[in-house]
Ligand binder design. Structure first.
Ligand SMILES: Nc1ncnc2c1ncn2[C@@H]1O[C@H](COP(=O)(O)OP(=O)(O)OP(=O)(O)O)[C@@H](O)[C@H]1O
Length: 479
């Protein structure tokens, strides 16, 4: 078996690399100091060395020289932080094969290793075959409320969860609203050493600017008008465990400054407090816009971005993993049957077809709501088209009509309803402004490929308002 030596003083990084490389068929030796590494190299010869540029007692350049004296032919790859790239390039002049920058991407690491070994005519081993039946946790492994998708995209997410969960790394989860970011954060926590400790989730988009500090860090009694009692903040509640900060890019600049202090010093103070409280909290953040872009626009502090960006997971929207749609739909149906004491067995082929072709702006959340409602309305054994909301059954038509001049072409009422003309006129008057808003929202969504944050920006409203309009429309059209 090919042996890779990993020299890094960051134990989490060693753990992560060890798990990843052994899964790819390598034997891995990890060491945390330059001195120990040299001692080990005096009695052993690996097939490749992966070495952090900054070890506690030695820098990568020095270690490279020593390693080359002992085993000249062994390829040496440097791992560097973004700011050390120039130095890493210099190290390559001294014989390193290549460098890779943090945050590390599994594919990039493997590719670089393969290239280095190929130069020495060494063939890379085949990955250790994972029996997907057993490697991917079964649906019940998450508890009956959650399941795993079956697509390559979802399996890739599971692999990343598995890789990062046992470490202490901060994780950024990207994905559209409703795509399952919080569930993924919970799963990382559940598979970590912190699993017996609390998991606390906060929606940064929903907190008012004024109260965000006190929500996150708590306050002392009387520290501001309205602070009638002492309050324990989310960070303190999560101490020992994991905190999940959803919609992180929405945090005000002031709070970002306080957060940076907490992340750097691992200490916090309640609003109006004088005592520092030690914190040991793993931070997982989620965003539906790229934090790097937000940092470039000056909306998000770059230093905070680098702190969080130790590992990132991108969750594709549901429409890009069609293979998961029916699996999740059946799961939500089962849950709802249980909740409502019903026994709806499945979906008609037409419903399945509609599910597969709809764009699911609200991702899993929208699918769950649609299935719940349809199950409620279903009397027979199968969910039929008539139990689905209007904008789903008429999605293609609505899309088409957005571009047409004539609004008469759109029947604003669901086909399942027949109403007296008078009432219909009255209703359309009542809902005229909602109809207009809904049309604008759909148009904006189409314009930006159904990214709700971007659509919200186009319309100069916030993301939640988009949901409200879509939901209100859904409700009214089904009355
Ligand atoms: N793997 C899963 N199994 C079962 N249900 C899931 C799964 N993933 C997500 N869901 C359900 O889908 C809904 C949305 O998930 P979640 O809240 O994690 O999304 P999100 O991306 O964090 O959304 P937002 O950004 O709007 O907060 C929830 O009701 C959740 O229970």
């Amino acid at each position: 078996m090919l042996k890779i030596l990993v020299a890094d003083d960051d134990r989490d990084m060693c753990l992560l690399l060890q798990r990843f490389l052994s899964r790819n068929g390598f034997e891995v030796q990890t060491l945390h100091t330059g001195k120990k590494t040299i001692e080990w190299l005096q009695g052993n010869k690996p097939d490749l060395i992966l070495c952090d540029f900054r070890l506690e007692d030695m820098n990568g350049d020095e270690l490279l020289k020593k390693a080359k004296e002992l085993h000249y032919e062994v390829p040496f790859i440097i791992i560097t932080g973004y700011s050390d790239v120039k130095a890493a390039v210099d190290v390559m002049k001294h014989g390193a094969f290549d460098y890779i920058t943090k945050p590390l991407f599994p594919d990039e690491i493997l590719l670089t290793i393969k290239k280095a070994l190929a130069e020495k005519n060494i063939q890379t081993p085949a990955p250790v075959r994972e029996n997907t039946e057993t490697a991917a946790p079964t649906p019940t492994a998450l508890g009956s409320e959650y399941i795993h998708g079956n697509t390559a995209e979802f399996r890739n997410i599971l692999k990343q969860i598995d890789l990062v969960a046992p470490t202490n790394y901060s994780v950024v989860i990207y994905g559209e609203s409703g795509s399952g970011k919080e569930v993924i954060a919970r799963e990382i926590h559940a598979r970590s050493r912190r699993s017996a400790q609390p998991f606390v989730a906060i929606d940064c988009g929903a907190m008012s600017k004024e109260l965000a500090g006190s929500e996150m860090f708590g306050h002392e009694k009387g520290s501001f008008t309205g602070a009638l009692n002492q309050k324990t903040g989310s960070f303190e509640l999560a101490n020992g465990g994991t905190i999940f900060l959803d919609e992180i890019a929405n945090l005000s600049y002031d709070i970002q400054v306080s957060l940076l202090r907490v992340v750097q010093e691992r200490k916090m103070r309640r609003v109006g407090g004088v005592k520092d409280i030690d914190l040991d909290v793993r931070i997982i953040v989620a965003s539906n816009e790229k934090l790097w872009d937000a940092a470039h626009k000056g909306k998000f502090r770059e230093d905070l971005f680098h702190r969080f960006n130790e590992f990132s997971i991108a969750v594709p929207p549901l429409r890009d993993r069609k293979g998961d749609i029916l699996l999740f739909a059946r799961h939500f149906l089962e849950i709802t049957n249980g909740e409502l004491g019903k026994n709806v067995r499945g979906f008609s082929p037409e419903v399945e077809d509609i599910f597969l072709n709809y764009v699911w702006f609200g991702n899993l959340r929208e699918l769950k709501n649609v299935v719940k409602r349809a199950t409620l309305l279903t009397e027979g054994e199968r969910v039929e088209v008539s139990s689905l909301p209007f904008e789903i059954t008429h999605f293609e038509k609505l899309r088409f009509d957005q571009g047409s001049e004539s609004k008469d072409a759109v029947d604003p009422l669901p086909p399942v309803m027949t109403e007296p003309k008078k009432e219909k006129e009255f209703k359309s008057l009542k809902t005229a402004s909602l109809d207009a808003e809904y049309e604008m929202v759909l148009k904006a969504l189409e314009e930006v490929d159904f990214n709700k944050s971007k659509a919200a920006k186009l319309l100069n409203i916030d993301r939640k308002t988009i949901y409200n309009i879509l939901n209100q429309y859904k409700k009214i059209k089904q009355l």
